[in-house]
Write a protein that binds this ligand. Structure first.
Ligand code: GLN
Ligand code: ZN
Length: 767
């Protein structure tokens, strides 16, 4: 049985691409050097896959920034604002679209970026206008194919399919739907295919993950038209159609009727679809199936025994020539190579597989399927043993935690009294003015602060010296906040590197890799914690610094925690139990922390949940179940305290319309959200829903170095006051300030406090 991958990580083993791009952007290296790095990464990837024994290796899966941006340039879909950039300087144009450009007389903004389906990878959103034209502009896909061919490797070029390309983009003017552009776009796809087939290309992989969404009939028809069109024009081409991240679902019949060579199935996210297809009368066994059984989204070793069973099911109906063994999606979402990890505990390491190991697994599975597989049986035994050890490991299973989970009662996710009672109690306890002012938690992480943390981690700074420095930074920030007159203070999060990593490092059940980087966007990579076992909290995690901050002032200081759903969402999560159970375990650990913060005298505690929205499943029919358990987990974390204690939550970059009733169900006393850039548009969901609790719509765009003027902030507040009960309104920035510098932060927060005071004064005059 033949093997293939849908794509390979491209940042380089040691993030060479990140380093080269950033050096290029800052003028430290020239284009030739950057191109050299790219060439080496591609070559390394291809040869690696070849050496490990992959039969059909992808190309055009490399990208300097993002594969959707690459597609924009392939199809000449370049917004007009970049017209002044010399098109012969390809990389300048490319990076201008990705990041904006300010140079000489040119000043253009970047294209929008958003999350790619339910991943943490961000893509560049294609922009379309009514009279959009397309042309075969960038020849990257051709060049990459040739590059691999020069190494003797005949690859399968990967291209975003036209329907996904259009649907994931945005109309930039009214009066048309982007799908209507298909007729103009298809001829350019034909041109690209023509050029590739002329070179002898046999397979092209078309990525159409939009098939994992509930497509409308019109959208399904667009799929049919596209692939019937391609088949009619290129009868010899083998189309490898890739859907991933979920089932074909309601699009299954459409997919089964397509004249394609191969349909790819993500059998990790949707194992049941194999039976559906094999048993379907509409399935034409001439269509090959690509069995995506090795998880491209997570880092656990494959279970060979289970995989072989799945494949056997397929071989009962299909000739093995008609089957591929594959990764479930591109390996882009997994780190490079587990072999680089020297500090991971060996016990945990043996449970894991990164991209290179996943590639080996795919080849191993295909070898195990051979009639003469004697030489490979040891791989089977090794795999079986590793998985057995994982299932029974004491490092994973903690009876106390499991007990707590099974003893959860409805009252554990219920505050003592309803919001109206709590609100009155809190008013008395906190004495806050109308329109209270606060911030979201972090203050600027200066070079110094970061260097202390690094030195401390490396053992170059003693615990005591480090503590003295952090304490001083907290004290300065408290004095500053008092000086400008904020009503609820924060300690500033100077001791935290990252809002998930910080807690992961303190909780049982998490491990950390040294090189487990995955691309988040452009040159930005993240290293998600590995959540491998039952989660529990040994010691308080944040009490020391919050308590210290509160000891410095009589004004209330807000304790600051990351919520269970966000910790889950931004980690590589164990796959041996439902995510819901893991989430509840985290929730209980956070709950213990909340209770300890309350005990130590903090009257206000914020539990950040910026990732609740992005955890939403791709298919709407699964939303309810997810939202139920996600909201419940948050409530478990928040419900251990007395009525007096005010619970805040915070969410950013979210669209709330679809999920507003669940947000209300979280029942936080106060929610702060990001609204300033959209001029309070994101507030509409709360207004229309008549959101019952207090709310702080962001009035300071912290993504920009700009200092908002007093006027601007006042105007935003007036907008909010117009639509919300004034007793419910808080005044705060959009998000944490850790990426800003102090001068901007100080100027902006002064304006923010002044704006709130002015508004307050006007209210008093009215009375
Ligand atoms: N409390 C966090 C901070 O201020 C919140 C960050 C976030 O929402 N992403 O940095
Ligand atoms: Zn935020």
């Amino acid at each position: 049985m033949k093997t293939t991958l849908l794509g390979y990580p491209r940042i380089g083993r040691y993030r060479e691409l990140k380093k080269a791009c950033e050096a290029f952007w800052s003028g430290k290296i020239d284009e030739t050097t950057l191109q050299q790095t790219a060439t080496e990464i591609k070559k390394d990837n291809w040869l690696q896959q070849q050496n490990l024994g992959i039969d059909l290796i992808p190309s055009n899966d490399f990208s300097f920034y993002d594969q959707v941006l690459d597609a924009c340039l392939t199809f000449g879909c370049v917004p007009k604002r970049y017209n002044n950039i010399d098109k012969s300087n390809y990389l300048e144009l490319y990076f201008a679209m990705a990041r904006g450009l300010q140079k000489d007389a040119i000043d253009v903004t970047a294209m929008e970026m958003t999350k790619w389906f339910d991943t943490n990878y961000h893509y560049i959103v294609p922009e379309f206008e009514k009279e959009q034209s397309f042309s075969f502009f960038s020849k990257k896909i051709i060049n990459e194919y040739k590059e691999a061919l020069d190494l003797g490797i005949k690859t399968k070029p990967v291209l975003i399919g036209p329907v996904t390309f259009l649907l994931q983009g945005k109309e930039k003017e009214a009066g048309f739907h982007r799908l209507d552009l298909l007729d103009k776009l298809l001829p350019v796809y034909f041109e690209v295919i023509e050029a590739l087939t002329t070179l002898g290309v046999e397979y092209i992989q078309f990525d159409e993950p939009c098939l994992a969404l509930n497509l409308s009939e019109k959208e399904q028809n667009a799929i049919t038209k596209t692939y019937e069109g391609i088949a009619a024009k290129f009868p010899k081409l083998k189309v490898f159609l890739a859907n991933y991240f979920d089932c074909y679902g309601n699009n299954l019949n459409t997919a089964l009727a397509l004249p394609v060579d191969t349909l790819h199935l993500d059998l990790v996210r949707c194992p049941s679809q194999l039976d559906d297809i094999l048993n379907s009368e509409d399935y034409n066994p001439k269509t090959k199936l690509s069995l995506g059984i090795v998880d491209g989204r997570n880092i656990w070793k494959n279970d060979f025994e289970a995989s072989l069973k799945t494949i056997e099911k397929a071989t009962r109906k299909l000739n093995s020539d008609n089957l591929w063994i594959a990764s479930s999606c591109s390996l882009l979402h997994t780190p490079y190579d587990l072999d680089l990890e020297t500090t991971l505990e060996p016990e945990i390491k043996q449970w894991l597989a990164f991209a290179k190991q996943k590639t080996e697994e795919i080849v191993a599975i295909s070898n195990l399927l051979k009639d003469e597989n004697d030489g490979y049986l040891h791989l089977f035994e090794e795999n079986k043993l590793a998985n057995l050890k994982r299932r029974t490991s004491k490092r994973i299973h903690n009876a106390t935690v499991k007990n707590r989970i099974s003893n959860l009662k409805p009252s554990d996710s219920q505050r003592v009294s309803p919001f109206s009672t709590r609100q009155a109690t809190q008013k008395q306890a906190l004495h806050l003015p109308l329109f209270p002012t606060t911030t979201i938690g972090s203050f600027p992480q200066t070079k110094e602060v970061r260097s202390w943390r690094l030195k401390f981690k490396k053992g170059l700074l003693s615990q005591n010296d480090y503590d003295v420095l952090i304490a001083k930074e907290i004290e300065d920030s408290i004095r500053f906040q008092e000086d400008i007159g904020l009503d609820v203070l924060v300690h500033g999060e100077f001791e935290r590197n990252d809002m998930v990593e910080y807690f992961g490092e303190k909780l049982n059940g998490f491990a950390f890799s040294s090189y487990g980087w995955v691309q988040s966007y452009g040159s930005r990579c993240v290293k998600p914690p590995i959540l491998f076992g039952d989660v529990s909290r040994e010691h308080p995690m944040t009490v020391k610094w919050s308590e210290y901050a509160q000891s410095l002032t009589d004004i209330p200081v807000k304790g600051m925690l990351t919520g269970p759903v966000t910790i889950l969402q931004w980690s590589f999560v164990r796959n041996d139990q439902p995510r819901e159970v893991t989430c509840n375990q985290i929730a209980l650990a956070i709950r213990d922390e909340v209770v300890d913060l309350e005990k130590s005298g903090l009257k206000i505690i914020q539990i950040d949940e910026p990732a609740i929205r992005e955890g939403l499943p791709l298919r709407e029919e699964e939303w309810k179940n997810y939202l139920n358990w996600a909201v419940k987990a948050f409530r478990i974390s928040a419900s251990g305290v007395q009525n007096e204690t005010q619970i805040h939550t915070h969410m950013c970059y979210s669209e709330f319309n679809d999920i507003i009733s669940s947000i209300a169900d979280m029942d936080a006393d106060v929610i702060t959200i990001e609204t300033s850039r959209s001029e309070m548009e994101l507030l509409d969901a709360f207004v229309n829903f008549k959101y019952p609790n207090e709310i702080g719509p962001g009035v300071y765009d912290i993504h920009s170095p700009r200092v908002p003027s007093l006027d601007e902030i006042e105007n935003l507040l007036l907008k909010a006051k117009h639509v919300l009960p004034k007793e419910h309104i808080w005044v705060n920035p959009d998000c944490g300030l850790k990426t800003r510098n102090w001068p901007e932060t100080k100027a902006a927060l002064k304006n923010l406090v002044k704006a709130a005071k002015n508004l307050r004064a006007k209210e008093l005059e009215l009375v």
